[in-house]
Design a protein. Sequence first.
Length: 430
Amino acid sequence: MTAQPSHAARPSRPSPSAAPSPPDHRRLGRELDLFDTDPLIGSGLPYWLPDGAAVRHALEEFIRGSEQRAGYRHVYSPVLGKRELYEISGHWSHYQDDMFPPMEVGGEELVLRPSLCPHHALIYRSRARSYRELPFRMAELGGMYRSERSGVLGGLTRVRAIQLNDAHVFCTPEQAGDEAVAALELIREAHRVLGIRPVRYRLSLPGAGGKYVADPALWERATALLVEVLERSGVPYEAAEGEAAFYGPKIDVQIADAAGRESTLSTVQIDYHQPERFGLQYIGADGAKHRPVMVHRSVIGSVERVVAHLIELYGGAFPGWLAPTQVVLLPLAEEQVAQAEALRRRCLERGLRVELAGPEQGSLGARIRAARLVPYQAVIGPKEAADDLVALRLRDGRRLAPLPADEAVARIGALVDGYAAGLWEGDAVG
Ligand SMILES: [Zn+2]
């Protein structure tokens, strides 16, 4: 499960957006047709428009690919579960205030899940497990729900329906440290590709009050392991009391928006509690039954929160691989439209998100201005059309010498496939 967002004053960092006021993902989301809400659907329940859905889809594919390469196996599980499931997991007694009330269906009480962990614990438990199968890294981009009060809802950052990039690594106690270090490495690599710079790493510990499960020895053991993970990873961190999950301590990777409001994006947690509650087992090399450890981790947090952050970070000018439209084709006059249409089909075949803005949409200058957030703007004049060339303009104003159209498509495709942060080959990026 994710951490509850926390808000604290932090210094703001300059953003690549040229907007005079601090970038606000709610305003940009509406202006750029990324997402919106409707009172008939309800507050805290945004929907994604085609351009926003394209960004989200690219992000989901990126994270699934990263996880697959890191040895994770993906599952799907339903967003509902019986009330008893959350009584066993401890959510019912420790987290009920954040859960939607149960729905009675056919004499059973079903609840919208507040986290994916219990479903994953049951998937693990559904088969006999041997130590040879461990670590079992189970990942899902799945829905979960939080009954936030309507007063605090807004944009993509405070929502009632959450799509979480989640995973649980079921492993032996000896493997837990290495798995948590690897998870932290996966997080740092994903942040690097996305251009996200965390403001701090936080070791989130329990605080006063009864919201945490009681077992001081397990808390101490999990905390010691997380400290070791942080030291091995070499990241500076700060400890904070009262920020742990109810079942265990965690490493939270904190980001801040332009106004300096801090929130948790990524997390790594060591959990001895839920394997106990669900009676999870594996058969060890000694032939005896043993209890696995659960490492909960989220690399990019919820897609809502990460997309909100990326919208503000880039002011809508996303890296090529994330851009809703990657290529815009600009035939100079009616005579080049057929050539542009043929190139549009070649771009689509290459898997690029492409649009054709023809002369009926105004002067070339007006069309370039309208497409100012599109990373690759391909101008086709009479000379280019005659020789099957394109004159590429990059979003930052650079103009490349005319290229054979197929070569331009291939080189843009390679940049996009490689999650390039810069717009062209050899661009230095911070
Ligand atoms: Zn979990």
